[in-house]
Write a protein that binds this ligand. Structure first.
Ligand code: ARG
Length: 462
């Protein structure tokens, strides 16, 4: 049998301890201990200010909570399952410290608005950490891109050599994805930065509370307009998970490519030893474990999102105990995405591009075929016809083991008399890249412009 509950008044029998264990959340919601004490401090200050409680009672509670906060930071607080969750634990620790006056803290409040407040504060406090890691990664990418504007590599579609591109351009594509990720986290701040405190159980309270006061104390920009919504809304947590999932998806794409680029077949990149591992049996191995692990960890973040979406689905208003299941996924996602971003950043920052190998890959293929078709189109040949002519030359090249740039002029002229000596310059991969001046293209000037814009964006956000 378990001990008497703080809410045990109307009960004649007590649950078995294994049933209590099932209902308890203290094993995980103790991660919000700091937020819980902060929320309670704001609440009791409001009770004092409004005169709902006598000032000396409030002062005792405030002093007790402050002591608990210091003990928490010193790692001295111990929680117990008997007290179900973090809210009951803190209240019971407060009672041990200051006696029965602690029982006045819960005036005009319910655990329903209390837990929602804690959770909002928890997510709100973590958003800047994610945004900071994303900014660091963006800075790394811009720095690498700037060094590699003129590094030529194959650009792929369908994983087939398509057209040569600048490695800087490639890196800046990911910069753009992380920029949108950051913006999404910033957008979700608005919905997170709202105070549910004072919604009480679901309907508000008859006590003359001051919700704006507590919101301000807690640094919230706004208060929930509807008490039912306040205690049951978890959109802010879903937004966090959804943003985290999209961000992880971007990381998986990058990680997948890194794993390919370091393989024997590509060898475009060499990862630093500090971000790779060896094999216990094969002495030659250098595995891109970190890239694979980040790719793999996307699964749990998607799972966290799916878990909460499913928990929320069909939930009637207002609070239901189902909502206790809202936290672990978010905690897990926070614990996952922060190190993923940090490790990824270190890995890409120290990865060395094999410049010659990348360039060579663009010279031993037909990725300059579009250049030849464009060349003919510029000389008045309808593009469709030019496409056909070059297609024939490519076929011949494949059969005879010869690239377009290695075919003699008289051979090319047989395909089209419009082809002149100047074609050979345009068939060079760096020229193909350099000439793509269209806005947002891989032309060196365009890549540099992207980098300049990115630097200005990052500076402005500083
Ligand atoms: N541990 C609960 C949670 O995480 C706190 C709120 C409990 N409220 C209630 N009426 N049972 O959601």
């Amino acid at each position: 049998m378990s001990t008497k509950k703080l809410w045990g008044g109307r009960f004649t029998a007590q649950a078995e301890s294994w049933v209590d264990d099932f209902g308890a959340s203290i094993s995980f919601d103790q991660l919000m201990a700091d937020e819980d004490i902060t929320g309670s401090l704001a609440h009791v200050k409001m009770l004092k200010k409004t005169g709902i409680l006598p000032a000396d009672d409030c002062d005792k509670i405030i002093a007790g909570l402050e002591e608990l906060a210091s003990e928490l930071h010193e790692g001295k607080l111990e929680f117990s399952t008997t007290n179900e969750d973090i809210h009951m634990n803190i209240e019971s620790l407060l009672t041990e410290k200051i006696g029965p006056v602690a029982g006045k803290l819960h005036t005009a409040r319910s655990r329903n608005d209390q837990v929602a407040t804690d959770f909002h504060l928890y997510v709100k406090n973590r958003l800047p950490l994610v945004i900071e890691e994303l900014t660091t990664l963006q800075e790394t990418l811009v720095g690498l891109a700037e060094k590699n504007v003129k590094t030529i590599m194959p650009g792929y579609t369908h994983l087939q050599h398509a057209q040569p591109i600048s490695y800087g351009h490639y890196l800046m594509a990911y910069y753009q994805m992380f920029k949108r990720d950051k913006e999404r986290f910033e957008f979700s701040f608005k919905h997170t930065d709202v105070s549910p405190l004072g919604a009480a159980a679901l309907a508000g309270t008859t006590f003359p509370i001051d919700r704006e006061f507590t919101a301000k104390e807690l640094g919230f920009a706004d208060v929930y307009a509807n008490s039912l919504d306040a205690v049951s809304d978890r959109d802010f947590a879903l937004e966090f998970l959804s943003n985290a999932s999209i961000m992880m998806m971007h990381l998986t794409r990058f990680c997948e490519e890194i794993s390919m680029w370091v393989s024997q077949e590509f060898k475009y990149l060499e990862l630093s030893d500090s971000f790779t591992t060896g094999s216990s049996i094969m002495p030659q191995k250098k595995n891109p474990d970190m890239a694979e692990l980040i790719r793999g960890k996307s699964g749990r973040v998607y799972g966290d999102l799916m878990g909460l979406l499913t928990t929320m689905k069909s939930l009637p208003l207002a609070y239901n105990k189902d909502l206790q299941e809202d936290k672990e996924g978010v905690f897990d996602a926070v614990k996952t995405v922060l190190p993923c971003l940090k490790v990824f950043n270190g890995m890409i920052a120290t990865a060395k591009p094999n410049v010659d190998r990348m360039k060579h890959a663009t010279e031993n293929d037909f990725s300059n075929a579009t250049e030849l078709a464009d060349y003919l189109a510029t000389k008045g040949v309808p593009f469709r016809e030019a496409h056909g002519i070059v297609g024939q030359l490519v076929l011949k090249g494949i059969q005879e083991g010869q690239n377009l740039q290695d075919m003699p002029l008289e051979e090319l002229k047989k395909a089209s008399p419009k082809i002149e000596e100047d074609v050979y310059n345009e068939l060079k991969s760096e020229v193909a890249v350099e000439r793509r001046h269209s806005l947002g293209g891989t032309g060196f000037d365009q890549v540099q412009a992207q980098i300049d814009n990115a630097k200005a964006e990052l500076k402005k956000a500083d």
